[in-house]
Design a binder for this molecule. Structure first.
Ligand code: ADP
Ligand code: G6P
Length: 471
C-alpha cells in the first residue's frame, strides 16, 4: 500500500467510477461546492483522496489523477440508506440548514453512520505515512477525526465543515450530539466557513462537554483544539481562463441568440436542493409576470437545477413541486417558442457553465441557508467586462464577502420581487461599481488563499502549503 504525507478524506471522490470504464481517466466533477473547491488545489498534489466513488458494492480500482491518488471506500445498499441518505442527508443536512426542512431522527441510522465513519478512518489510517497530515471534510464524517486520533496518534488532523454549523438551540435537538461534538474535537484544527459557526461550536463545547472554550480554542482531554473561520472560495484563474476562450465567448453569444435575444436574461444555477430557495424564487418571478412588471418577450429566466440526492424522499417531492410550478408558469405566461422559464435539469461542463454566466444579466442566488455558495463567486469571476448584477441571499455565507451584491431576504417574497426589479433596472455605472468591488475582493480571496490560510494554520512548518503548491 502506497502511503502519502497528505491525505484528504471526503465522502465523495471528485471522480465518478463510471467516468473511467477502461482505465482512461478524466476529472468528472461532482456538482457540489466541496469537489469544485478541492479539485483546484489537489489535482497537481502528491496526496491521497479517500472517498466514495458513487454506486454500491465493491469499490472500483481507480487510476491516479495526475499526482493525486484516489482511494475508494465502498458502501453497501444499507450503508447508502443509513449513512448517506439517512443520517447525513436527512438528519444533519436539514438540521444544519436552519431546519428549513424537518430533520428526520431515525434511530437505526446512527449505527450505520458510525460504522461507515470507522471505515473511512481505517482507510485514511492505512494510506497515511508516519506523521502525515489528514484533512477530513464535512458533515458526513464528523466522527472520523477522533477515530483517527485513536488509531494513529502520530497524525496531524484537520477538519473542515463546508456547511453551516448551527446554533445550540438546533444542534441540541440531535440525539447523538455529544458523540458528534467529541468526534470533531479529535482534530487539531476545526475550520468553519463563518466566525458565527466557530462561536456556536465553542458554546456547545462549553455546554455539552464542560470544556474551556473560546471562539479560537477548545481545551479537551488535556489537548488544545484550534478553531476558526476560513471562508472557502473558487479557482478564479480557471474561470478567467474559461471566459476568455473564444469558443466559450461564441457559446455565450449563441446562447443569447437561442434564448431569442431578450433584453434581459435572469439566471439561477443550483443543485436541486430545498436549501436553495428555488420555490421562493419561482413564486417571486411568477408574481412579477402576473403583475406585468416583467414581460416574457423582454425577459427570460433560465433555471439550471442539477439533480441531487435523488433517492431521498424530500428531494423527490421538491423536484415534483418545482417541475409542477415551472409547468404552471410556462403554461400561463409562455408563448409558442417563448417559454417564461427555461428549466434545465442537467449537469453541465465547466465551459458551458462559464458561457451561461457570461450570458446572464442578473444572476439570482437566493438560498434560504448556505454554508458559502460558490455559484455566486463563479458568476462574479466570470464577468471579465465588469457588467451584470448579482442578487444574493443574506443567508449565503458568500453574502458576508460580496457585500456589493443586491442582498435580499428570500423568505420575504415582496422584498425579493422588489430587489429583482431593482437589479434589472439598475444603471450601468452602479452595476459596474458593484461588480468592480466584488471582483477586487475575489481576486484577493481565491481558493489558493483559502487553502494557504487553512493549511498553514494546521501546520505552521509550512510543509503542507509547500506540498500543495499554495505557499
Ligand atoms: P453546493 O455545494 O451546495 O452544491 P455551491 O454553490 O457552493 O453549492 O457549489 C455548487 C458547485 O457545483 C459550483 O461549483 C457549480 O459550478 C457546480 N454546479 C452547479 N450546477 C451544476 C451543473 N448543472 N452542472 C455542473 N456543475 C454544477
Ligand atoms: C454540498 C456538501 C458536499 C457535497 C455536495 C454535493 O456542497 O457540502 O459535501 O458533496 O453538497 O452533494 P452530494 O450529496 O451529491 O455529495
Amino acid at each position: 500500500m502506497r502511503q502519502s504525507s497528505l491525505v484528504v478524506v471526503a465522502n465523495r471522490l471528485p471522480l465518478d467510477d463510471n467516468a473511467a470504464p477502461d482505465g482512461a481517466c478524466e476529472w468528472r466533477r461532482n456538482p457540489g461546492g466541496l469537489a469544485s473547491a478541492l479539485h483546484a488545489i489537489l489535482a497537481p498534489t502528491p496526496a491521497t483522496w479517500v472517498g466514495w466513488a458513487g454506486g454500491v458494492g465493491r469499490a472500483p480500482a481507480l487510476p491516479d489523477v495526475g499526482s493525486l491518488r484516489l482511494r475508494p471506500v465502498s458502501l453497501t445498499e444499507d450503508d447508502l440508506r443509513g449513512y448517506y441518505e439517512g443520517f447525513a442527508n436527512s438528519t444533519l443536512w436539514p438540521l444544519y440548514h436552519d431546519a428549513v426542512q424537518q430533520p428526520v431522527f431515525q434511530r437505526d441510522w446512527w449505527e450505520t453512520y458510525r460504522t461507515v465513519n470507522q471505515r473511512f478512518a481505517d482507510a485514511a489510517a492505512e494510506v497515511a505515512e508516519e506523521g502525515a497530515a489528514v484533512w477530513v471534510q464535512d458533515y458526513h464524517l464528523q466522527l472520523v477525526p477522533r477515530m483517527l486520533r485513536d488509531l494513529r496518534p502520530d497524525l496531524l488532523i484537520g477538519f473542515f465543515m463546508h456547511v453551516p454549523f448551527p446554533p445550540p438551540e438546533l444542534f441540541m435537538q440531535l440525539p447523538r450530539r455529544v458523540e458528534l461534538l467529541r468526534g470533531m474535537l479529535g482534530a487539531d484544527l476545526v475550520g468553519f466557513q463563518r466566525e458565527q459557526a466557530a462561536h456556536n461550536f465553542a458554546q456547545l463545547a462549553r455546554k455539552l462537554l464542560g470544556a474551556e472554550a473560546t471562539d479560537q480554542t477548545v481545551a479537551i482531554d488535556g489537548r488544545t483544539v484550534r478553531t476558526g473561520a476560513f471562508p472557502i472560495s473558487i479557482d478564479v484563474a480557471e474561470m478567467r481562463a474559461l471566459v476568455t476562450r473564444p469558443d466559450v465567448v461564441s457559446q455565450a453569444k449563441q446562447l443569447r441568440h437561442d434564448l431569442g435575444q431578450p433584453k434581459r436574461v435572469l439566471l439561477s444555477v443550483d443543485r436541486l436542493d430545498y436549501t436553495k430557495g428555488i420555490e421562493h424564487r419561482l413564486t417571486a418571478y411568477s408574481e412579477l409576470l402576473r403583475d406585468g412588471y416583467v414581460k416574457v418577450r423582454d425577459t427570460v429566466m433560465v433555471q439550471v437545477a442539477v439533480p441531487s440526492r435523488e433517492r431521498v424522499e424530500s428531494y423527490q417531492e421538491l423536484r415534483d413541486r418545482i417541475e409542477g410550478e415551472v409547468g404552471r408558469i410556462n403554461g400561463e405566461y409562455g408563448r409558442v417558442g417563448e417559454p417564461a422559464i427555461h428549466y434545465l435539469n442537467q449537469p453541465f461542463g465547466r465551459a458551458q457553465l462559464a458561457a451561461l454566466y457570461q450570458t446572464a444579466d442578473v444572476m439570482v442566488v437566493t438560498p434560504l441557508r448556505d454554508g458559502m455558495n460558490l455559484v455566486a463567486k463563479e458568476f462574479v469571476a466570470a464577468r471579465e467586462d465588469g457588467s451584470g448584477a448579482l442578487v444574493l441571499s443574506e443567508f449565503a455565507g458568500s453574502a458576508a464577502e460580496l457585500e456589493q451584491a443586491f442582498l435580499v431576504n428570500p423568505h420575504d417574497v415582496d422584498g425579493l420581487k422588489e430587489t429583482l426589479l431593482r437589479a434589472m433596472q439598475a444603471d450601468r455605472a452602479d452595476l459596474a461599481a458593484r461588480m468592480a468591488a466584488m471582483r477586487r475582493h475575489l481576486a484577493g480571496h481565491d481558493i489558493l488563499v483559502w487553502a494557504r490560510a487553512y493549511l498553514s494554520a494546521l501546520d505552521d512548518t509550512g510543509h503542507l502549503a509547500t506540498l500543495t503548491g499554495v505557499a
